[in-house]
Design a protein around this ligand. Structure first.
Ligand SMILES: Nc1nc2c(ncn2[C@@H]2O[C@H](COP(=O)(O)OP(=O)(O)OP(=O)(O)O)[C@@H](O)[C@H]2O)c(=O)[nH]1
Ligand SMILES: [Mg+2]
Length: 327
């Protein structure tokens, strides 16, 4: 049988995204060619000895590759949650572009990354092409076992922190919001179960275009995120905020009210990737602000919520609670 693979060095399509196009559509890439029966027979004759030993590609990490970071402590995972097209991947591309162009996250210094290729690939999609257009990232693949964890090592207060941004397809998260046990939402379940905090995306464009439907989807997804949140921090991102003026006020009010009840005290930040000037608040300031707010939340001590156990005894020694017990 004819086998297909990519001839470009460093590209592992179809197992990973196509490096050339920064896209899952490797079929459209000139380097992805049909390799005939000759290669197939060579592979067969070599037998099982030809398995690769490369531990990672530098694009993005999968859960089973997190051992790479285990020697220096437990990494913190930030889950990006939002509907399809909400701007999750573009946020990551913009964050990296801003950091690469010298913007700083206050008190957090860049100290390396295991996924530089992945960051670069996404940032490349935001660069203006020769014809003046911007390509934007492709939709993140919706296969249930597609994972893309983007790594940043950051130095803060003298310590090295490994941070992973867990990106995934909004389509999968919508399936998960409908039914958390949906067999096609395996990666959404993994992110929800393992993330230490969440960036919750509210897509302004969807609110403009879909109105009531977008409102229902956002509220349903938020309810699902809340269901087993266990005190993990959430930052609400109003993405594509260049379109806020086109949103219906009454719908926005209902969404805001609902989110403030679902995630009490959560910070909301408006962002846009379409800058109007050189130091655009929504683009250049707020995209960094999202990362800064989240990182500070991740490292600030969480309040302990210990409920005193009820003790079934008449022994005064065990029943004594001091001033604490009388409150
Ligand atoms: N108006 C506006 N559109 C934006 C902005 N950022 C991204 N977009 C558009 O939104 C589209 C989708 O963005 P993505 O980042 O791919 O969305 P996503 O949430 O990763 O989508 P999935 O991978 O399908 O879950 C992009 O292709 C852009 O066309 C923005 O700031 N303003
Ligand atoms: Mg995406």
């Amino acid at each position: 049988m004819a086998k297909r693979r990519c001839t470009k060095e460093g590209c592992y399509a179809p197992d990973h995204l196509c490096v050339e196009l920064a896209s899952p559509r490797h079929e459209q890439c000139e380097f992805f060619v049909r390799v005939g029966a000759i290669e197939a027979s060579v592979t067969t004759s070599k037998g099982s000895a030809a398995t690769t030993s490369i531990p990672w590609t530098g694009e993005w990490l999968r859960p089973e590759q997190l051992d790479l970071l285990a020697h220096r402590g437990k990494p913190k995972i930030i889950g990006l949650v939002g509907s399809s097209g909400a701007g999750k991947t573009t946020y990551l591309a913009m964050l990296y572009s801003l950091l690469f162009n010298g913007k700083l996250i206050e008190n957090w210094d860049f100290a390396g990354s295991y996924t530089l290729n992945g960051w670069e690939l996404q940032a490349k999609t935001l660069q203006v092409q020769e014809d003046g257009t911007v390509r934007n990232p492709d939709a993140t693949p919706s296969d249930k076992d597609f994972y893309s964890l983007y790594h940043l090592a950051l130095r803060h207060d003298g310590f090295l922190h490994d941070i992973l941004f867990a990106d995934s397809s909004g389509e999968v998260f919508s399936k998960w919001a409908d039914n958390v046990n949906d067999p096609a939402a395996e990666n959404a379940r993994w992110i929800y179960g393992n993330a230490h905090a969440f960036l919750f995306f509210v897509d302004c464009e969807a609110i403009v275009e879909q109105r009531g439907r977008a409102k229902r989807d956002i509220i349903q997804l938020a309810e699902q995120v809340k269901s087993r949140l266990r005190g993990r921090p959430v930052v609400i991102i109003w993405s594509k905020a260049d379109l806020t003026e086109d949103m219906r006020e009454n719908i926005v009010e209902v969404i805001k009210q609902s989110l403030s009840e679902t995630f009490p005290g959560a910070t909301s930040i408006e962002i846009s990737n379409y800058s109007k000037s050189d130091s655009d608040q929504l683009c250049h300031v707020n995209n960094i602000s999202v990362a800064e707010t989240m990182l500070n939340l991740l490292t600030s001590p969480q309040p302990l919520r210990i409920a005193p156990a009820s003790i079934q005894t008449n022994d005064f020694f065990f029943l004594y609670r001091g001033s604490y017990g009388s409150k």
